[in-house]
Design a protein around this ligand. Sequence first.
Ligand SMILES: [Zn+2]
Length: 229
Amino acid sequence: MQLFENLINVLFPKVCAGCNSYLLSNENVICTVCRHEIPLTNHYLNPENEAFKKFYGKIPLKFASTLVYYHKKGIVQEMIHSLKYRGHEEIGTVLGQWKAEDLKTLSISSDFDEIIPVPLHEKRLRERGYNQVTQFGLALSENLKINYNPNLLYRNIYSKTQVKKNLLKRSEVIGNLFEVSFTEKDHNKHFLLIDDVLTTGSTLEACSRELLKIPGAKISIVCMAMSHS
Ligand SMILES: [Zn+2]
C-alpha cells in the first residue's frame, strides 16, 4: 500500500497550497517553510483584538478572531485563492484544525452552541460546487465538538420583480441580503459565525443582524484571515 501511495505521489505529486513547491510525504497541504512563514495574527488571547474592533459600535459581539493575516501576493492569498477557485477544500480543513487549537485554550469556546457559515450566493454555489467555508466550519465543529448548522441563515433570493420594486431602496435590499429561519429551539443560543476573509466586515455585520433577530442570540465571529486596515 505504501508502495502504491509512493507511486501515486511520483505520478501526481502534491504541491504546497502556499508556494506550489512539491510536498514531501510527511507534509500535508502546506509545506514546512510556508507553515513557518504564514503570518499568524496570534491575537485570540486579547478580547479587544483588531478583528473584534472592526465591529465596534456596529454589532454587539462576544468574541472575534481570525487565524492569519491576508496580504496581497502572500502565502495566505495563494491559499485562499486555491480554496475558492481551484477546488482545494482541504485548505479549509487545515485552517479549521489550526484555529480550533487556539479556540480550545479559551473558556468562551465552551459557550458556543452552533457554528454558522456565511451562506454563499446561490449562483456562486452552483458555479463552484461548494461553499469555501464549509470544511473550515466542519473542522472547527469536529475539534471543538460544536454543532455545524448551515441551514439557519440563508441568502435572500430576489425575483426580478422584487428587485425592480426595491431599486429605489437600494440600501434596504443590501440590508436584507440574508435571512434567518428559526424556531423556538434556536432561542438563547451563542452562534459562532464563520467566513473566509474579514475585510470591512459588512457581510458579517449583515449576517449578525439577522441572527440577532433570534430571541436571546449571542454572536461571536471567527474567520480564516483578515486584511490589515
Ligand atoms: Zn510552501
